[in-house]
Design a protein around this ligand. Structure first.
Ligand SMILES: [Mn+2]
Length: 448
């Protein structure tokens, strides 16, 4: 599990978060201030909240996991300061709702230069903005943007008293997105671990599946295995889709019972210290692939294998899409699902009729992680891969039950196989390698 001598802790050390802040500082102009907001708790109903999920940019720069906090980075005359505003210690609130770190401990534990309570925020932020030239914040965060504009208006209102208000606003998102896109060896080790745990969960699901069970019961087996190994939460809503439900791409109802002759598609990944795995496997509910299921499954698997074997620095998603298209279109032609002139079919990407989503995406703190894909006007993703990028490869084929254009034997089959890949200096590492995928391995495991 831990194969590059990094400590096998499911946590990033403080130095990592300090490095993340340092890297953001180097992108800031001199005499500027950057703001990053923590998430707030979200009400589920009346007095109950959803499990707290920290704002990922804020987490990336702090490791701090409380709601409503604000990180301020100040760069002035080559001096860099990281300042945290957070909820105060409050005995009675903590008895009801849980412990808070408080300002003193936050400085020690998270390496901030100064920590203040939220009540001190308004006065101090106005001071920071006085005389500052440029401001950075994520434009896509509406609440934070509103807050910053309120501060800016206040500072602007005082210019006649000699206050100098900032005049240039910069979107922090593209900067931090690009930093988050390239993972450090610690982050990769975490993702190795969460993949390992998630692979165990998929194996457990294969072993526990049988006809008559409900999809949510298999979901529970997955979550059980995540938590058993230290991944407290799933990184996203687990998809357990029997038969034709697999043809709904983001099926999360997980409410139906499993039928003997159907396939089961499971798209599930754990989250470890905020980092996600995103793995899909598809297998027969009764443990044995039928002939048509086998044919389509092997085709998707071949496409995935061919694509992954081409991953190395310099390749692009656009190029990988060509490989997937060639493999899937040719395979569908051989199975007589597509007909016509093969060269024309490949040129027109005919497989897209049944492979209806993207080939993959960046992966990290978010399941669909941040980072520009460098799309051209044909929606081709032209960004060159470089070492440290982590991404998914997830070809699939979807043949809905009500699609009368295809032969009956294919209808109701939906297959996706999804692995998590790190780009390395000379190729790639498949983090999902321990999850059974060949027909033989799956049938053997399920026969036990
Ligand atoms: Mn995915």
């Amino acid at each position: 599990m831990n194969n590059n001598n990094l400590p096998g802790l499911a946590k990033l050390p403080l130095s990592e978060f300090e490095t993340h802040r340092k890297n953001f500082f180097t992108k800031m102009a001199d005499n500027s201030v950057a703001f990053f907001s923590a998430a707030s708790e979200v009400t589920r109903s009346n007095d109950t909240e959803f499990a707290f999920c920290q704002n990922k940019n804020f987490y990336y720069l702090t490791g701090f996991n409380e709601p409503d906090a604000l990180l301020v980075l100040i760069k002035r005359e080559a001096q860099e300061q990281a300042i945290l505003f957070s909820l105060p210690k409050d005995k009675s609130h903590e008895i009801w709702h849980g412990r808070r770190v408080g300002q003193e401990k936050a400085c020690q534990t998270y390496g901030f230069d100064q920590c203040f309570t939220l009540a001190e925020k308004n006065d101090l932020v106005s001071q920071y903005l006085n005389g500052t030239g440029q401001v950075y914040f994520a434009f896509n965060e509406a609440q934070l943007s509103h807050q910053i504009f309120t501060y800016l208006a206040q500072v602007r209102a005082s210019v006649r008293q000699g206050v100098k208000a900032p005049t240039q606003l910069n979107d922090a998102s593209p900067i931090i997105d690009d930093l988050r896109l390239i993972k450090s060896s610690y982050e990769i080790e975490l993702m190795r671990q969460v993949n390992y745990i998630s692979c165990l969960a998929h194996q457990r699901a294969m072993q526990k599946t049988s006809a008559g069970l409900f999809e949510y019961q298999i979901e529970n087996e997955i979550l059980h295995e995540f938590t058993r190994h230290g991944a407290r939460y799933a990184a996203y809503a687990t998809i357990v889709a029997g038969g034709d439900n697999a043809n709904i791409l983001h099926y999360t109802d997980n409410s139906e019972s499993l039928n003997d002759n159907d396939l089961l598609l499971i798209d599930a990944g754990g989250e470890l210290s905020g980092y996600a795995a995103d793995i899909t496997r598809t297998f027969p509910i009764n443990g044995k692939f039928s002939t048509p299921q086998k044919a389509l499954y092997q085709l998707v698997l071949d496409a995935k294998t061919q694509v992954i074997s081409a991953i190395r620095p310099g390749i692009t998603f656009a190029k990988l899409n060509e490989i997937a298209n060639e493999c899937l279109t040719k395979g569908l032609f051989d199975l007589a699902i597509l007909s016509g002139d093969l060269a024309e079919l490949v040129k027109n990407k005919a497989c897209k009729k049944y492979f209806i989503h993207g080939l993959g995406h960046w992966l990290g703190l978010d399941v669909h992680d941040v980072g520009d894909y460098h799309n051209n006007d044909k929606k081709e993703q032209l960004r060159d891969f470089i070492p440290g990028m982590v991404l998914t490869i997830e070809p699939g084929l979807y043949m809905p039950l009500d699609d009368m254009d295809i032969e009956e034997q294919w209808r109701g089959i939906g297959i996706r196989i999804e692995d998590n890949i790190v780009v390395t200096s000379n190729g790639c590492e498949n983090l999902t390698a321990s999850c059974p995928e060949t027909i033989t391995d799956i049938e053997t495991l399920m026969a036990k």
